[in-house]
Design a protein around this ligand. Structure first.
Ligand code: TA6
Length: 311
């Protein structure tokens, strides 16, 4: 019998949830509240995303962990509440999405849609349709594609910033390296958003970090030596990449994060922040993030010769 690829059910506190499953055993869970991915597991059932034990699954609080959607504002870069409102709204299933030019063969996907309510229009006076397709590929890759359309009838453009605020699960933050952001310019949120240039080495972590790397390559890798796992992030339409870990002091100030949990999370976020996106009525923007997790015997940028020879 064919396994159920898409299951609609109830999650924590009775919130609607969609579970995606692939034939080899990988899975993902998506809450309609926030269109929020809260779980992504590999073929062996190992969780790849971090969700806090203290996460509050209750509107209007955004879920701490997984993949919050930041729209129409990233962080405090504007007049809205931190990270905009898409992560605090209940999305709908999009039963008849416009076709994708390149459709993957996967059957494990869900289409969600968010349109502004009357109250939303009071704080952000723009009509839009935000369509999000979340796909679990046959190999366990997780793909998120956002399509945002300006549906204003008053002829007005609108401008937004955006991020997939992904919390990766890591064994120990002190042992993790990030490759792909070396030598790039970044804005440091801990230093009044001032601009600096990163050194030539892979990033490592020994204190709080909250940086927006600008115009990054489309591929970034997170190497978790202890877990022997590498996450690869591929992105399209999202030039920037945010890297965040609150470390011990700030973690204590976050009510829905355990004091020690910062050790097991790292946010690397495909984003469009430095150059906000402007859409005229009728125009559509697309931003895509693809995540894969590969067993790695890959460290310090050196490919394991066994893997190279075997490929
Ligand atoms: O993406 C980094 C960041 O903007 C940080 O400044 C930090 O505040 C984090 O997001 C979490 O924000 P939140 O509103 O979810 O507590």
């Amino acid at each position: 019998m064919e396994k159920v690829h898409v299951e609609h059910c109830k999650g924590t506190n009775g919130l609607d949830k969609v579970v995606l499953r692939e034939i080899r055993g990988s899975s993902a869970e998506v809450y309609l509240y926030g269109a929020h991915v809260t779980s992504w597991k590999n073929d062996y059932g190992e969780e790849l995303l971090f969700v806090s034990n203290k996460a509050i699954f209750k509107p209007p609080k955004a879920i701490r962990g997984g993949i919050p959607i930041c729209f129409p504002q990233f962080s405090s870069h504007g007049s809205l509440d931190q990270h905009g409102f898409a992560r605090n709204r209940v999305w709908s299933i999009d039963s008849d999405p416009p076709p994708f030019p390149t459709s993957s063969s996967s059957k494990a996907f869900v289409d969600l849609i968010l349109k502004p309510s009357d109250d939303d229009l009071k704080i952000w006076p723009h009509s839009f349709e935000f369509r999000l397709r979340i796909t679990l590929g046959p190999g366990g890759d997780l793909m998120l594609t956002s399509r945002i359309r300006n549906t204003n009838t008053d002829g007005k453009p609108f401008t937004f910033t955006f991020a997939y605020h992904t919390y990766f699960s890591v064994s120990d933050i002190s042992e993790v390296r990030v490759e792909g952001l070396e030598t790039l310019d970044y804005l440091d949120n801990l230093q009044n958003k001032e601009r600096f240039t990163e050194q030539g080495d892979a990033l490592t972590f020994e204190s709080e970090v909250d940086k927006i790397y600008l115009s990054t390559p489309t591929k970034i890798a997170i190497l978790d030596h202890e877990k022997k796992r590498t996450f690869v992030i591929r992105k399209d339409g999202l030039p920037d990449a945010v890297v965040w870990n609150p470390w011990d002091k700030r973690a204590k100030a976050i009510v829905d994060l355990g004091d020690e949990e910062y050790k097991h999370m790292l946010c690397v976020e495909a984003a469009a922040v430095e150059k906000p996106i402007t859409l005229k009525p009728g125009e559509e923007w697309r931003g895509r993030q693809e995540l894969s997790a590969v067993p790695s015997s890959y460290c310090s940028g050196q490919l394991d010769p066994r893997r190279v020879l075997g490929s």
